[in-house]
Structure formats: structure tokens, C-alpha cells
Write a protein that binds this ligand. Sequence first.
Ligand SMILES: [Zn+2]
Length: 278
Amino acid sequence: MGFSHQKQPTARNKRLRKADGGNRMSSKRALAIGAHPDDMEEFCGGTLLLLKKKGYETLIAVLTAGECGTIELPAEEIVTIRANEAKRAAKKIGAKYTCLNIRDGCVCYDLKTAKKLVKLIREYRPQIIFTHPTVDYMTDHTHTGKLVLWAVPESTHPNFPADTKAAALAKAPFVYHTDPQGLLSPEGQIVKVNTVIDITDVIKQKLRAIAAHKSQQTFMSLKSKKPIQYKEEIRRIAMIRGQQVHFEYAEGFTQQLLEHYPRHNILVDILQEKAITL
Ligand SMILES: [Zn+2]
């Protein structure tokens, strides 16, 4: 996929890996795993921009090519359009982009897909992973969030089979679930999060990345039969999340604190006053 940080192990690498307990994930890399081509810019684009400023390498990996993001074009056509938009958007936030090419609407919570994510994680070796929450409006999103929780522990188990020669990670990366679409829980309330990031300094850049997904502006307006200002919608959501902690614009996250996940909030270490733990 062009981003692997661990090629076939050489004798020297094997010695090095042994020396650091197999842990080559301490480098500054953040991986955002989304279901669709525009998801991660929308939910964590500002935070990725801030991490980039702190010297992090960032990769946006999407599971699907976004075939369902149209009501007027055939699948092959929209896939090409969305791939170009996604690459442009990723560039605007200084991230690399890759797609696992699963059909849109068909992200399954199954072993085959979990293995793909283990491969991705073992090869990219991120220190931090962002992904969807496990409750959201769309199954592609919730399955992606759950698949990351399947793949992360298995990325650390050398005997879990994945189609890669990259070694197992020595420990789990930090995992942050983004806000759900529209910030809403199934009860219609704004969801609770445990981490809020001040993205005021980078909101314009984030919105420029969102604007790169031109086809989605058209799609949303056609689907709702009224003009939808996609960029404005994203700005409004960032403002609502910001109000909670007196930031102008913010992104909310739930750090995964289940057993075996690192428990301190590394975003506070890196982003200092721009990160709030609730
Ligand atoms: Zn999506």
C-alpha cells in the first residue's frame, strides 16, 4: 500500500526488534481509519492537522471507495471521482491516503476484514489510531469502529494470521473513537466524549479539505432535495463541540480505555492546552 514501515525483517532488524521488545511503534505516526473517503477529514481532520504540525506523519485509510455517495452516477465513475477528491483532501491536511477497496455499504464485521486491518496496523505501526465510534447512524461506520477493536489486540499477537511479514506490535496503540455523525446518540442526545481538541487554529484548513469532496456536496443536496452546505454543516458541528469547553471550534473523541489499551491521554501530552480530558 506504499506506506509500510516494516519490510521483510533483515537479521539486523530482527536484532533491533528483539532489543526493543518488538516495539517499533513509538515513532510519531497517526492512522485514521474511516469507512468512506470523506469521513476522517470530517471527524478528525483538525486533530490530524495539529498532529502534523507537531511532526507526526499521518495516514488516512478508508475501507470503501464510496460507491454509494451518488444517486446519479454509476459506481465506476463515482469511485474515480471520489478517489481523486480524497487524495486532494488528504493532501490539504498533510496526510497520505489509502483505500482498502471494500464495496461501500458492505463493510462486514468478519475475519477477512479484521485481517486486512491487522495488516494495515502492523505495516504502518501507528502510535495513535482514530476511528469511528461503535454506535453511529450507519453500519459501515459502526463495523469499522468494531473492526479496529478486533484488529488492535490481534496486531499484538504474533500468532494471529495476517497477510504480511510485518512483525506483531509489542503493545496496543492509543485508540480514539471520533464523534458519531451529527454528534448524536440513538436517544437523540449529543454524545458524551472524554477528550476534546481545540481545532480553532486549523478550522479553515479542515474546511478546505472538506470542500475537496465536491461530489458529496452535490450528492447531499440531491438526496435531500434542498441545497445542503456540507462545509457549513461541518463548521457548525465543530462549533457545537467547541462550546462545551469554551473553544471556538473543536473535535470530540472517546479514548478507548478498555483493558490492555494505553490509558494516559497522549493527545494531552502532544497538544497540551489544545487538548482537554473530560
Ligand atoms: Zn461515512
